[in-house]
Design a binder for this molecule. Structure first.
Ligand code: GAP
Length: 446
């Protein structure tokens, strides 16, 4: 049974603590578009950094790319998005609401007098299903009437395909090799929702791996393994992750095989990343539509071929939501509820908080010094207001793995208390070793 109260609590915590706000909130908000506040932007950056590190910096066979959001309109004809990236939708002529054709709340047959609008209840006001393209359109050029229609990209992958030869030549890579990119994508989703799970503006972390035809199935399996391991290294619970294989009719037009990595959210199991064997569909289509040869010449084998592509495609916002949901917990401590975001230290927005026990006896001065020292290396937070227990709780809610307390002994023995967020246990650490103590625990292995 989906537990939506956890989501409500998380959404409220995210707003209260400065992780995520609704876009344009003072104007009543913009549907399914969200802004990241001070803690949220750090969290999402850390997720993206972990991905970039694993996919680009830690490998010799993948290059990075940052392609533009606006692309030649023919790209989207070649990719199949102009003709195929559409959902069947139904309009209510009375209240002007729009519904997906498979909306379970619709009673009767849309287009017929018996059909009833699920919002205003009018009978006979629903249109027959009509295809509605999910791409956002805009105009390029100074005069709107004569300007070319361009699209906001609905996926980052196409920027990789159209640049594959440029990257190949510039980097001196050889097939098999990959191109990775993180960037914004836009979809005019009809049923967005569940906070940042499905939004109209989002970021993707996509990698296209170009391989020799015939080796695609093997690379597909290899990439499935690598990507699942990455999610586990982020600290996500193994029992809340699973595979979902796309069966025949579910397969996208471009895919020979596809698996989703799914996570068990409070609103049910849902996709967080797709791994696709796209064969030569994309390069073949771009070759056909652009008229430019996109074949690879394998010098060693003296043969030419169009590489096959294995794609790994994750949503940065969706993985950030997964990290938040996975980290959220409530515990009973001494008769009070303690709310903790138990992030993996590598993705925690703030690594350490520095807290003078009292605001006197030189403690704030020394604490400020310690704070400035740590801040050179890690995002830190200084807090001297309120009882120490309350300050710890505030840091638990922000997911800060370590609280460093400056007390009487710090002044005499130059040691501090380091309180661990998860166990709440405390260690006594010498000031000289403090930075190393934190560094050792927040720096990921890869
Ligand atoms: N290039 C392939 C592709 O775009 P997709 O399954 O449509 O495949 C890949 O999207 C990933 O992008 C999803 O697994 C999800 O994490 C993220 N994603 C897709 N649509 C999204 C949306 N409306 N809001 C947030 N994330 C989204």
């Amino acid at each position: 049974m989906p537990d939506t109260t956890v989501m409500d609590k998380l959404v409220s915590l995210c707003k209260r603590r400065g992780f995520i706000f609704q876009s344009s909130e003072i104007y009543g908000g913009l549907g399914s578009v969200w802004d990241y506040g001070p803690l949220g932007v750090e969290l999402k950056r850390n997720v993206k950094d972990r991905w970039w590190r694993a996919m680009v910096h830690a490998r010799d066979d993948i290059e990075g790319l940052d392609a533009a959001i606006l692309m030649h309109p023919r790209v989207w004809e070649a990719s199949g998005h102009v003709s195929g990236f559409a959902d069947p939708l139904i309009d209510c002529r009375q209240c002007k609401n729009r519904f997906r054709a498979d909306d379970p709340r619709i009673k009767g047959t849309p287009g017929q007098p018996d059909a009833q609008c699920p919002v205003c209840g009018t009978r006979g006001s629903l249109t027959e299903p009509r295809m509605f393209n999910l791409m956002f359109k805009t105009f390029m050029g100074p005069v709107e009437e004569s300007a070319a229609v361009v699209y906001l990209r609905p996926e980052t992958a196409q920027g990789i395909y159209v640049n594959y030869l440029n990257v190949l030549q510039g980097s001196r890579q050889r097939v098999p090799f990959g191109i990775a990119q993180i960037g914004k994508a836009f979809r005019n989703e009809i049923t967005p929702g569940n906070f940042i799970f499905r939004t109209r503006e989002f970021e993707q972390m996509e990698m296209q791996f170009f391989v020799k035809p015939g080796t695609d199935a093997e690379w597909f399996e290899r990439w499935r393994e690598i990507r699942m391991a990455w999610h586990l290294e982020l600290g996500l619970g193994r029992d809340r992750l699973r595979w979902h294989q796309h069966a025949g009719s579910e397969l996208a037009h471009y895919a020979r095989a596809a698996y989703d990595i799914e996570y068990e959210f409070p609103f049910g199991w849902n996709e967080i990343e797709g791994i696709h064997n796209r064969g030569d569909f994309d390069l073949g289509r771009h070759q056909e539509f652009s008229g430019k040869k996109l074949e690879y010449f394998d010098q060693a084998a003296n043969e030419r071929y169009l590489p096959n592509v294995v794609e790994t495609s994750a949503g940065a916002d969706r993985v950030t939501l997964t990290v938040l949901v996975d980290a959220y917990r409530e515990e009973q401590v001494e008769g009070e509820t303690r709310v903790v975001l138990g992030f993996h230290p590598a993705v925690a927005p703030i690594k350490a908080a520095v807290l003078p026990l009292v605001k006197k006896d030189g403690m704030p001065e020394l604490a400020t010094e310690v704070y400035h020292g740590l801040r050179r290396e890690f995002p830190c937070f200084y807090d001297d207001s309120g009882a120490i227990g309350r300050r710890y709780r505030r840091m638990d809610e922000a997911g800060t793995p370590f609280c460093v307390t400056i007390d009487g002994e710090t002044l005499t023995a130059r040691t501090v208390t380091v309180r661990h967020r998860d166990s709440m246990q405390q260690d006594r650490v010498g000031l000289d070793h403090l930075a190393a103590f934190v560094r050792e625990r927040v720096t990921p292995a890869v």
